[in-house]
Design a protein around this ligand. Structure first.
Ligand code: ZN
Length: 310
């Protein structure tokens, strides 16, 4: 379903949202490209019939559900595809998507279309935060790393396409662990979103937010995201207070608390990567450290965090 937020600025509300911008001379720009090209094709059809053409795809980040359709759109329309560094490499080398989760070349179970694009796509240019001119439009790219290494939000007119820099409370409730690679960066990106003033915010998943003076839903959404990150880190500290645990033991302890049991590689490895990211954050802050009891790789609370100097 296509929603027009202001003249020439649309978004497609689906399993994953994407933006559609009308530029100069009947040029169109897509912000993200969907899990595959079927939804973008539907969104584009009425415009193409009126002589518009797809001039570019701009990716907020390179998770498969946001850029899976890029290769086909590029093939069909010859449009350049732009993506932020360093994750643009996943567009050109899809196997990196699974490898980032697995830590090595991914097994077949981690090469599905939800985890990595199914065909490589050439990247015409790497996006950096700041102004980006395309199709007669000037987009402002706002750095929002954390969920992915180099994600950007796209501000244009009165709309902020936030990608997966934040998740709506109804999405948070369904996920024991939000996927993220750097929780501290995720929290800092939330503050960058908090400082924005666009009246419309389009998240990567779920309905858009309308921010009006006296009725602004954004602060509550941001608070729920902060609480999610802090809640996980609190639960990790509490688990490790009982003694050293392997990364998998930490994951399973937290999953059990959330009533979750794993039965497939994608959900196991996505959550495991998120928990690993939180542990890296805690290690960077000196709160946890590696330990090898009986040769087993574990995490334990650092001396200062255990609070008894021994
Ligand atoms: Zn994502």
């Amino acid at each position: 379903m296509l929603t027009e937020l202001e003249p020439g600025i649309y978004y497609w509300r689906g399993g994953v949202n994407f933006g559609l911008l009308v530029g100069a001379d009947r040029q169109l720009v897509l912000i993200d490209a969907g899990l595959d090209a079927s939804a973008p094709r539907k969104a584009l059809r009425p415009f193409l019939e009126q002589g518009y053409r797809l001039a570019a795809v701009v990716a907020t980040h390179c998770h498969a559900d946001h850029i899976g359709g890029a290769a086909e759109l590029h093939r069909r329309f010859g449009c350049p595809v732009f993506a932020p560094a360093p994750e643009h490499l996943v567009l050109e080398h899809p196997e990196l998507g699974g490898a980032l989760l697995y830590g090595a070349y991914p097994p077949p179970t981690l090469q599905g279309k939800f985890l990595q694009p199914q065909a490589p796509c050439p990247v015409a240019g790497v996006l950096r935060p700041g102004p980006f001119a395309v199709a007669g439009l000037t987009l402002e790219l706002v750095p929002v790393p954390g969920h992915s290494p180099g994600q950007v939000a796209v501000a244009v007119g009165e709309v902020l396409f936030a990608g997966d820099s934040l998740f709506l409370p109804e999405v948070l409730e369904k996920h024991a662990f939000l996927f993220m690679v750097r929780p501290q960066a995720y929290l800092e990106s939330l503050e960058r979103i908090a400082a924005r003033r666009e009246p419309y915010l389009v998240p990567g998943h779920g309905p858009h937010l309308v921010r009006r003076p006296g009725h602004d839903p954004l602060p509550e959404v941001l608070a729920a995201n902060r609480a999610h990150v802090r809640g996980i880190q609190d639960r990790i500290r509490a688990a490790l207070a009982r003694g050293p645990m392997s990364e998998e033991e930490v994951l399973l302890a937290l999953a059990r608390q959330a009533g979750k049991a794993y039965d497939s590689d994608p959900s196991y490895y996505l959550d495991r990567a998120a928990v690993s990211a939180h542990l890296s954050d805690l290690a960077a802050r000196g709160e946890v450290e590696p330990a090898y009891p009986e040769g087993r790789r574990c995490w334990r609370l650092a001396d200062s965090s255990r609070g008894h100097g021994g």
